[in-house]
Design a protein around this ligand. Structure first.
Ligand code: HEC
Ligand code: HEC
Ligand code: HEC
Length: 225
C-alpha cells in the first residue's frame, strides 16, 4: 500500500515534469523583456520636456510631489538617488532627461510607470512593445504623439498611425535584430502589425489620410515568412 502510494507519487511527479507548459495560442503572446543597458532619448529641448513632464504631478505642493515620486522609485526598484543627488539639490545626468521624457509620455498616455516597468531593467509586455517603438521613434526623429492619440494608453492610433504599420514592419526588418530583444518579442509585434494592416486594407481607401513619407530606400516587406 505504502509502496504503491510512493510509486504513484513518482509517476505523477514525472508526468508533471514532462508535461509541456500550456500556452493559450489564440491569446496575444509577447514575452516581457529586459531593456538593454544603454538607453536612448527622444529629440527635443530639455525645457519642453520639463514642461510636459510637469503634467505628471498631481499637485504643486512639494510634499505631495515627494510622495508621488515613490510611484517612480517603486516599479523601477531604484532609490531616489538613482536620479537625484544625495542632497536633492541636483539631478543625475544619465537618468535625468529620460526620466523627464518618461514622466511626459506617462501623463500624456495616462499610464503609470508600473504599466511598463517591473524592477531595474525588467519590462512588462507593454514595456517591451514600447521599447521597440521608443527605439524606432528615436531613430526616425518621431514623437509618440505623431501616431498615438492622447490618453489612449498607446492603444488608440490617429490616422497617421493607422497608415504607419507597413513602415514599422520594414523598419523592424532592418533594425529589429539590433534591439537585443528576444526574437519572439519582435516577431509577435510584427505579427500584430501585419494582422491589423491587412484588416485595414479591407477598409475603403476613401479615408484620405496622408501617407507617412517612407524614408527607407528598400521596398517594404509586407509579411513575415
Ligand atoms: C527615475 C528617476 C527618479 C527617481 C527614482 C526619483 N526621482 Fe524625483 N524627480 C525626478 C525628475 C526627473 C524630476 C523632475 C525634475 C524637473 O522637473 O526638472 C523629479 C522631481 C522631484 C521632486 C519635485 C521637485 C520640484 O521642484 O518640484 C521631488 C520632491 C522629488 N523628485 C523627490 C524624490 C524622492 C523623495 C524620490 C525617492 C522616493 C525620488 N524623487 C525619486 C526623477 C526621479
Ligand atoms: C509605455 C511604457 C513605459 C512607461 C509608461 C514608462 N516607461 Fe520608462 N522606459 C520604457 C522603455 C521601453 C525604456 C527603455 C528605453 C530604451 O532602452 O531606450 C524605459 C526606460 C526608462 C529609464 C531608463 C532606464 C533605466 O532604468 O535607467 C528610466 C529611468 C525610466 N524608464 C523611468 C520611467 C518612469 C519614472 C516612468 C513613470 C513616470 C516610466 N519610466 C514610464 C517604457 C516605459
Ligand atoms: C509612425 C507611427 C508611430 C509612432 C511615431 C509611434 N507609434 Fe507606437 N504604434 C504604432 C502602430 C501602428 C502600432 C500598432 C498598433 C496596433 O497594433 O493596432 C503601435 C503600437 C504601440 C504599442 C503597443 C500597443 C498595444 O497595446 O499593443 C506601444 C506600447 C507603442 N506603440 C508605444 C509607442 C511609443 C512609446 C512611441 C513613442 C516613443 C510610439 N509608440 C510611437 C505607430 C507609431
Amino acid at each position: 500500500m505504502y509502496r504503491l502510494a510512493i510509486s504513484h507519487c513518482l509517476v505523477s511527479l514525472s508526468l508533471w515534469l514532462t508535461l509541456p507548459m500550456s500556452h493559450a495560442d489564440d491569446q496575444e503572446i509577447l514575452p516581457s523583456a529586459i531593456a538593454p543597458r544603454s538607453t536612448v532619448t527622444l529629440k527635443g529641448p530639455i525645457s519642453s520636456w520639463r514642461e510636459r513632464a510637469s503634467q505628471w504631478y498631481k499637485s504643486d505642493d512639494l510634499k505631495s510631489r515627494r510622495r508621488q515620486m515613490r510611484q517612480m522609485s517603486k516599479p523601477l526598484k531604484r532609490p531616489c538617488y538613482y536620479c537625484h543627488t544625495r542632497n536633492f539639490k541636483d539631478y543625475i545626468d544619465s537618468t535625468y532627461l529620460i526620466s523627464l521624457q518618461m514622466m511626459a509620455i506617462s501623463s500624456e498616455q495616462d499610464l503609470k510607470c508600473a504599466d511598463c516597468h517591473i524592477g531595474k531593467r525588467g519590462l512588462t509586455v507593454l514595456g517591451a512593445k514600447s521599447l521597440i517603438q521608443w527605439r524606432y521613434a528615436a531613430d526616425q526623429g518621431r514623437e509618440c504623439s505623431d501616431c498615438h492619440q492622447d490618453k489612449g494608453h498607446f492603444k488608440r492610433l490617429n490616422e497617421r498611425g493607422e497608415r504607419s504599420r507597413e513602415e514599422l514592419i520594414s523598419w523592424l526588418d532592418q533594425h529589429g535584430s539590433k534591439l537585443k530583444l528576444p526574437s519572439q518579442t519582435i516577431s509577435a509585434f510584427k505579427q500584430q502589425l501585419s494582422i491589423k494592416k491587412s484588416l485595414n486594407e479591407d477598409i475603403p481607401a476613401n479615408l484620405g489620410s496622408p501617407h507617412l513619407p517612407n524614408k527607407d530606400k528598400s521596398p517594404p516587406t509586407h509579411r513575415q515568412r
